[in-house]
Design a protein around this ligand. Structure first.
Ligand code: AHM
Ligand code: MG
Length: 338
């Protein structure tokens, strides 16, 4: 959009022509939450700051020699990339200073970090995140992302760690940042889904689309077919059916990139149970739940086999789940074969 090039009489500014930063959008969203206070805005602004820092570190990763893995595994038993640790620390440092954050929990930390307790009348939140999803793509300059979920902190629940274990329906906000050819932020606070792109020239996320609706159908599926032989039979039947019906396969190997494509173009993203990951590979609380909230808010569906992901009662912070996320008709096609 170049509002300087057209002569004034040709300007017909509509609402989406206006320049809206993420910051001003967040403030407007907060006003829609009757019981929220400014702390939610401050939390989202901390995530925004983290995203800018992480984006710039990723861009310079090869130059600064921070590609490749460390000699350590994370709590999931997965080899950590150097940038996993850098992204995690960035989020912890940015969120740590915000008074509205009671607890942070990350894929990279076994235990949640208790920052401060709530005093009465002072609402606080728990922020969960996967700091760098799909980080195995980094060495090959592939897309990666950050996924986050915000829950209300209920100080009446003890022990405090248990207060985190809320179903996805309780999320106050959820989103992801995709570090691809451009840096894209997709956000919901429960009133639809909006999209922002980082303008590196001014260092701000600008709104490019609001009220995104996922196409109801599209002949695309996104899954790691290398695992096909160890999928439960229903998923194997679905693949047979899709391949006999002219479906295309698209798989980036980073959930953020794959779900983003499904959100904009339609289709279905799947990660079923496999022999190696009998409960599924993806984490419920900071991968599946935020993505499920976004896709549902955009009019799609998000299931774990036949159960709605957002209704699963978590028993463990790092619990895994199978995932079927996408266009409502495409999710139904999968379920019909289970
Ligand atoms: P990560 O959070 O450790 O990066 O793992 C999650 C990633 C997802 O982004 C992606 O969908 C999936 O793992 C890819 O797994 P696979 O290599 O088994 O296809
Ligand atoms: Mg991940």
């Amino acid at each position: 959009m170049d509002i300087t090039s057209a002569p004034p009489e040709q300007h017909h500014l509509t609402r989406t022509d206006n320049l809206t930063t993420l910051q001003s959008h967040i403030l407007a969203e907060e006003a829609k939450h009757p019981n929220s206070i400014a702390s939610l805005s401050w939390i989202l602004s901390a995530v925004s700051l983290s995203a800018k820092v992480i984006a710039s570190k990723i861009r310079r990763a090869r130059l600064n020699d921070v590609l490749g893995s460390l000699e350590s595994d994370n709590v999931q038993g997965e080899r950590q990339q150097k940038l996993d640790v850098i992204a995690n620390e960035t989020l912890l440092r940015c969120l740590g200073s915000r008074a509205g954050v009671a607890i942070v929990a990350s894929e990279e930390n076994e235990e949640p970090i208790l920052l401060r307790t709530e005093t009465s009348g002072d609402r606080k939140y728990t922020v969960l995140f996967d700091p760098l999803d799909g980080s195995a793509n980094l060495d090959a300059c592939g897309a990666v992302g950050t996924i986050f979920s915000v829950l209300r902190h209920d100080r009446r629940v003890t022990p405090v760690e248990r207060s985190i274990l809320q179903p996805g329906t309780q999320q106050v906000a959820a989103g992801y940042i995709l570090y691809g050819p451009s840096v894209v932020w997709v956000l919901t606070t429960g009133f639809g889904v909006d999209m922002f792109v980082l303008d590196p020239a001014i260092g701000a996320f600008l709104k490019v689309e609001e009220g995104i609706r996922i196409p109801t159908k599209a002949k695309n599926y996104s899954m790691n077919e290398g695992n096909r032989k160890s999928f439960p039979e229903g998923y194997q039947r679905y693949l047979e059916w899709a391949q006999s019906n002219g479906y295309s396969s698209r798989y980036a190997g980073a959930m953020v990139a794959d779900v983003h494509r499904v959100l904009l173009k339609g289709g279905v993203f799947l990660y079923p149970q496999t022999q190696k990951a009998p409960k599924g590979k993806l984490r419920l609380m900071y991968e599946a739940n935020p993505m499920a909230m976004i896709i549902e808010q955009a009019g799609g569906k998000a299931l774990a086999d036949k159960q709605r992901i957002l209704e699963i009662q978590p028993e463990d912070l790092h619990q895994r789940t199978s995932v079927i996320i996408g266009s409502s008709e495409e999710v139904e096609h999968v379920v019909a074969h289970l």
